[in-house]
Design a protein around this ligand. Structure first.
Ligand code: GLN
Length: 448
């Protein structure tokens, strides 16, 4: 009830697409009953959780914040949702995002923009902006988002909370609407590392419905959190000295590294010469995958279809898709179709795959020598609504620090670090080895 009241009070933030008020109350009541009758609840007993509007929940509408899925109801639940429910969490609603998770500001949503609760003239980040603001403004305790190139870590940074993108394959993608399948990963928002760890514990692990979900055993994350030691940490010199990084934030990071050294950690600068290529490689590969994934939305099988009658089949597809998709999604389908087309494939797609391979090898090399890599999450604090909408390239370039973890599949977390003199928070990103979320969460907790 308290959360529902707050959701009502903060409706202007536009974080929720739909609130499952009655259902959530009913579930809370039945959990109360079970407690009264002496039963022990699951590990997330009564934990009020929100889910991004790209995650399927049986019997509930899911739209990927797109008009093309208007009125579509999920036929099954995502594995992550099934596991939340089995663990006795209460799902309170689904959360606004950029259309098909494409964006960095939540301004590309068919449900309208989401406002940053700390300053409503600024964006909350994206694409999981609703999931970030819901936790930021205490409209739920934790939430799920998806992170293809930063969509959990970047809005977490802009909103001053924690955002975790686990290793690719740690959490099943079954029931997550696909954007770029070799990058997509469900991620978790929270205000406390232990909460994030508890949710990961429940939703991680193998799944017969997703062949890319890893068979690796899920460790006990809470016990990982107990350790504290001196870490050997690398930071990327090229990231810290990048021209796009806000000068005040750079000083903040340098001071933070000095503090870490003063408290007994080893902190060393390493070279990372590929930084200027990662955004380009990311946008070539993800738009290629998106153009293929989004071909299923043809006006026949899901959601929206054009009301215009008497069209030839191809014209019907064209009209349904032209009317149903928003501008940014169309831009990406066109880009992706272009980079995959005969004559350009080798110059763009193959080249980007080669860049990806180089970046993977470089990152794994660094991670074999260090416990973790530190780098900024985003080059600036949350920008003003409308500020970057006319310049998609500038918007894409701001993904420079987050896409690294998706290109390479490693786990990464953004934790709040400081407040900028402009009043907005900024965080720091920690990256660890593949499937080493235990260590990642432990380092995050100890550095926080
Ligand atoms: N901003 C990035 C993009 O627009 C990341 C999106 C995401 O992680 N879903 O592709």
């Amino acid at each position: 009830r308290q959360y529902l009241e707050r959701i009502d009070q903060f409706r202007h933030l536009n974080a929720f697409v739909e609130v499952f008020a009655e259902e959530a109350l009913e579930r809370a009541r039945s959990l109360d009953e079970r407690v009264r009758s002496g039963a022990r609840l699951g590990p997330l007993g009564g934990v009020v959780t929100g889910i991004k509007d790209v995650i399927c929940y049986k019997g509930h509408q899911v739209s990927a914040s797109s008009n093309i899925l208007k009125g579509f109801t999920s036929l099954y639940s995502a594995t992550a949702v099934e596991r939340l429910l089995e663990a006795d969490a209460v799902i309170i609603g689904n959360l606004n995002c950029d259309e098909f998770a494409m964006g960095s500001s939540n301004e590309n949503s068919a449900h309208g923009k989401v406002l940053n609760a700390l300053d409503t003239s600024r964006v909350p980040g994206g694409s999981s902006g609703g999931s970030a603001v819901a936790v930021q403004a205490d409209l739920c305790l934790v939430s799920l988002g998806s992170d293809t190139g930063g969509s959990v870590r970047q809005p977490a940074d802009f909103c001053g909370i924690i955002g975790l993108k686990p290793t690719y394959g740690r959490i099943s993608r079954h029931g997550l609407i696909a954007y770029a399948s070799s990058f997509d990963q469900i991620g978790i928002f929270g205000k406390d590392i232990a909460d994030v760890a508890a949710v990961l514990q429940v939703i991680a692990g193998p799944d017969t419905y997703d062949s890319t979900a890893s068979q690796k055993e899920v460790p006990d994350y809470q016990s990982c959190l107990k350790d504290n030691k001196s870490y050997k940490i690398a930071y990327l010199r090229d990231a810290l000295h990048h021209e796009g990084l806000d000068a005040e934030m750079r000083t903040g990071y340098e001071q933070f590294f000095d503090n870490l050294k003063a408290t007994g950690h080893t902190v060393e600068a390493v070279d990372f010469e590929y930084l200027d290529y990662v955004v380009a490689a990311y946008y070539v590969l993800t738009t290629a995958e998106a153009s293929s994934n989004l071909s299923r939305f043809d006006g026949v099988k899901y959601g929206y279809r054009t009301p215009t009658g008497g069209l030839e089949l191809n014209d019907f597809y064209k009209k349904s898709r032209s009317e149903g998709f928003g501008k940014e999604v169309k831009r990406r389908i066109l880009l992706g179709t272009f980079v995959l087309s005969a004559g350009y494939y080798d110059a763009y797609f193959t080249k980007a795959q080669q860049v990806r391979r180089l970046v993977v090898e470089k990152m794994n090399g660094i991670l074999s020598d260090y416990d973790a890599i530190l780098l900024p999450t985003v080059p600036t604090t949350a920008f003003k609504i409308g500020e970057k909408m006319e310049d998609p390239i500038a918007m894409y370039l701001a993904d420079i620090y987050t896409v690294l973890a998706n290109l390479t599949g490693v786990p990464a977390i953004s934790i709040p670090l400081q407040r900028h003199s402009n009043g907005m928070p900024y965080g720091i990103q920690i990256i660890a080895k593949q499937f080493d979320e235990g260590h990642l969460l432990q380092i995050a907790k100890n550095l926080l």
